[in-house]
Design a protein around this ligand. Structure first.
Ligand SMILES: NC(=O)c1ccc[n+]([C@@H]2O[C@H](COP(=O)([O-])OP(=O)(O)OC[C@H]3O[C@@H](n4cnc5c(N)ncnc54)[C@H](O)[C@@H]3O)[C@@H](O)[C@H]2O)c1
Length: 329
């Protein structure tokens, strides 16, 4: 059976996902989009266009929904998918506030089954998977510290200091939990020097501690100019493990040895986005689940919220979570 997918929001990320579904995911087809098809390649096989995203969710010819509209639209769309009993892959963050994420968790618990996956694609990146496997093998001893770097060459003008955390660092927060396998306890944000010309507090240094006392430093720098640069190094008792970088060529020329950098997240994480979609489709077929759950989406947003609290207050903030429902044990 082919899974017929509807994509809501066909901007930068939604158009990319829609084309990946159509061209690179087996057992699935692009059935519909909302609201417009203008950003999609005209060479894709035909699909329906719904002006109203709720009409797409109700469409009997749509089996599953991918939500890639702006963050503040996620809550109502994901709730509508759960009400319709349709699996939904929602781009991160699940919703901008922990209270909104909890409403999704509660709706899923009431439905009695996991229908939501959150688009934390790094969990599908071969380098992060290799890093997690190495940690699991145990040769390096207990993990002690994690150093993460998240640099973008630039961000749109509407990007705020808070969005650097809730929209960008939320990826590092989720991957930290996934790599370490412990719940998060406290957050502190240290601001860099003020640069009025930049308009936002960029870069920022996030310090997040787990319940077991492992600390992560997460540098978020959204106007790094030179390229897209994602790094991670776990420091353990008897060694360290670092994230490998996708390198296509190394150039030796005019007395220099240079390596090309990826310029944005789509080229850096192409394999991860593809694998995330393929796994999602396979899980729908087999009625199983994988990747980040609604609970993971809630915890990441709650931790991001504590970081924003610390950014404003200048003090350490606690990451307060409700009890994990049995559905997510
Ligand atoms: N996983 C990742 O690496 C990654 C990267 C970038 C963005 N994102 C996430 O993807 C989502 C979209 O981001 P983007 O950069 O593609 O934004 P974008 O602005 O490029 O695209 C958003 C699209 O949604 C449409 N839209 C707005 N409101 C809508 C609604 N109510 N219903 C249907 N469509 C609506 C807009 O017309 C636009 O086409 C965001 O949640 C963002 O955080 C994830």
């Amino acid at each position: 059976m082919e899974i017929r997918i509807g994509v809501i929001g066909t901007g930068l990320m939604g158009a990319y996902h829609a084309e990946t579904i159509s061209r690179q995911v087996s057992g699935a087809s692009l059935a519909a989009v909302s609201r417009r098809a203008g950003d999609l390649s005209s060479e894709l096989p035909s699909f329906r266009v719904h002006a109203d995203p709720h009409a797409l969710i109700a469409d009997p010819d749509v089996d599953a929904v991918l939500v890639a509209s702006p963050d503040e639209t996620h809550l109502n769309l994901v709730l509508a998918c759960i009400n319709a009993g349709k699996p939904v892959l929602c781009e991160k963050p699940l919703a901008p506030t922990p209270q909104e994420c909890l409403r999704i968790v509660e709706a899923e618990v009431a439905a009695g089954r996991q229908l939501v996956q959150v688009g934390f694609h790094r969990r599908f990146d071969p380098a992060y998977i290799a890093m997690k496997k190495t940690l699991g093998d145990g040769e390096l001893g207990t993990p002690l510290l994690l150093h993460c770097v998240h640099r973008n060459s630039g961000v749109p003008a509407h990007f705020t200091s808070e969005m650097m955390i809730t929209n960008a660092a939320v990826h590092d927060i989720d991957i930290m939990r996934w790599l370490i396998g412990e719940e998060l306890a406290t957050a502190r944000v240290i601001k860099s020097r003020s640069r009025p010309a930049v308009g936002i507090c960029d870069p920022q240094l996030l310090l997040i501690a787990t319940e077991g006392g492992i600390v992560a430093s997460i540098e978020v720098y959204m106007n790094a100019k030179y390229g897209y640069d994602i790094r991670a190094e776990m420091v353990c008792e008897t060694g360290t493990v670092s994230l490998g970088q996708p390198v296509e060529i190394t150039l030796r020329h005019a007395g220099m040895d240079t390596t090309a950098l990826t310029l944005d997240f789509r080229s850096r994480f192409a394999a991860a986005y593809r694998s995330q979609l393929q796994t999602w489709v396979n899980c729908i077929e087999s009625a199983t689940s994988a990747g980040a759950s609604a609970w993971d989406g809630y915890v990441a947003t709650a931790a991001a919220g504590a970081c924003v609290e610390s950014l404003v207050s200048g003090s350490e903030a606690s990451i307060r979570l409700v009890k994990r429902p049995a559905l997510y044990q």
